[in-house]
Write a protein that binds this ligand. Structure first.
Ligand code: SPV
Ligand code: MG
Length: 426
């Protein structure tokens, strides 16, 4: 009887190296290719450029491929148990645990693992690096937030970045935890952090041109989606043009807050004498912003300040419905309470009438709440809004003090990364 062979393909674009491995796998018997689902790719590499359907279509037309199935997890357990192939074919670059697991599963019925060396040909590595470069392009990056919202089965995790270096931290920080690759899904370009990094107060003093410079600096070295903290959005007449610029740059979303006049940071609350915009004006701003857009990728998210300004839950909910009606692609509810109760109440009540609208929260003051709990209340995006700058500042101040205290740098050295590491960091 014909032998059966299984090969999993995570690559989004197929080159000669993949064809070689498919050819050799097909020589062993009837070949089934497991194509990773969008969700599975999302779980370790972020949003795929091509959809599952597009990738599946290409692979199913390759010579030697008898069947294509969807592989919706990174692991092999489900697929080996279901197919019981005579051979599992894999390249010779491994995650050790995966190899062990496959051998164990195959051992249960006498299946065999066949390893093929990865092709190191120069032209394929150029191809791969070109694909990598595509991830930096505005048209590829822009729609990634919307797609991630569709694909993720948990709230998206977003961390602030205020320059290229912090952008790289958000891009690269990863943790293998409970069998998953845990990482941030997007970056938040906070007005507080962008202003603070420039030594300025968070009062919309850092103008749009300067904000765009920060965005560019970050985008040049990262590929994850960018959410811009757009403060009040400024004058509606300016907002229209700024939407066009941000969309063209490849930003994925802007969040604008329903305040007018001199904006101060929300965490000051009512102390700062801030004023909320009328529902009518803010809806008009949303409508005009949406009318400026030419793609379906870019999201305008409305941020409600009713709880911050102590206007009550009913006002917050009324505004949320009006903003969605005006075209907002999502709602951010903000709170400065140390307990999450009012945010939970808002989310639960909002979800009754708006099942699908993206819901965003910023748990800075009520930080005890977990991502899992927020997921249970229907939250889709969790923004850690200021944590990189807040952690960097005390460390830098302490080093400065140590140098003054000791009139030399020796004592500060312990708090600093080794010179060799900073030289090779980038
Ligand atoms: C920011 O990060 O600038 C924000 C969130 O707007 S907050 O500081 O909590 O208002
Ligand atoms: Mg802000």
């Amino acid at each position: 009887m014909n032998k059966t062979v299984f090969l999993s393909i995570g690559a989004e674009f197929i080159h000669g190296g993949h064809i070689a491995i498919i050819d050799r796998a097909a020589e062993l018997g009837e070949l089934t290719v497991g194509v990773l689902s969008d969700e599975a790719i999302m779980s370790y590499r972020g949003c795929p450029i091509l959809t599952y359907e597009e990738r599946c279509h290409v692979i199913s037309h390759l010579n030697g491929v008898s069947h294509v199935i969807k592989k919706d997890t990174l692991g092999y357990e489900k697929v080996i148990r279901e197919l019981r192939p005579d051979y599992v074919v894999h390249g010779d670059r491994w995650n050790r645990n995966t190899k062990q697991k496959i051998l164990e599963l195959l051992g249960q019925y006498g299946g065999e693992l066949v390893e093929f060396p990865y092709t190191e040909e120069h032209e394929y590595s150029i191809f791969d690096s070109r694909i990598e470069q595509m991830r930096y392009m505005p048209e590829i990056r822009r729609g990634k937030l919307k797609r991630a919202l569709q694909l993720a089965n948990r709230p998206l995790r977003v961390l602030e970045a205020h320059n290229g270096l912090t952008g790289l931290i958000v891009e690269k920080t990863q943790l293998n935890k409970c069998g998953e690759v845990r990482q941030f899904d997007a970056m938040w370009i906070s007005s507080l952090c962008d202003s603070t990094a420039k030594g300025k107060p968070d009062i919309e003093l850092v103008d749009m041109t300067s904000r765009e410079n920060t965005i560019n600096e970050i985008m040049e070295v990262t590929t994850k989606p960018v959410i811009l903290d757009g403060d009040t959005g400024g004058l509606t007449e300016h907002f229209y043009y700024n939407m066009k610029t941000l969309e063209r740059m490849g930003v994925s979303a802007i969040i604008i807050e329903d305040k007018v006049g001199l904006k101060k940071n929300s965490l000051f609350g009512t102390e700062a004498g801030q004023h909320q915009d009328t529902i009518e004006n803010f809806c008009e701003k949303i409508r005009i912003g949406k009318s400026a857009l030419t793609t379906n990728d870019f999201m305008i998210i409305a941020r409600i300040e009713s709880l911050i300004l102590e206007q009550g839950m009913a006002d917050a909910l009324r505004r949320a419905s009006a903003y969605v009606e005006a075209g907002a692609d999502g709602i951010m509810i903000h709170s400065k309470k140390t307990e999450p109760d009012e945010v939970i109440e808002f989310c639960s009540r909002f979800r009754v009438s708006h099942a699908d609208t993206a819901l965003v929260v910023v748990p800075t003051t009520y930080s005890r709440i977990t991502e899992e709990e927020l997921a249970g209340y229907g939250v889709n995006i969790i923004i850690y809004a200021n944590h990189l700058i807040r952690s960097a500042f005390p460390a830098m101040s302490q080093v400065a003090r140590l140098i003054l205290e000791n009139e030399r740098a020796l004592e500060a050295g312990e708090m600093c990364m080794p010179i060799k590491d900073i030289l090779t960091l980038i």
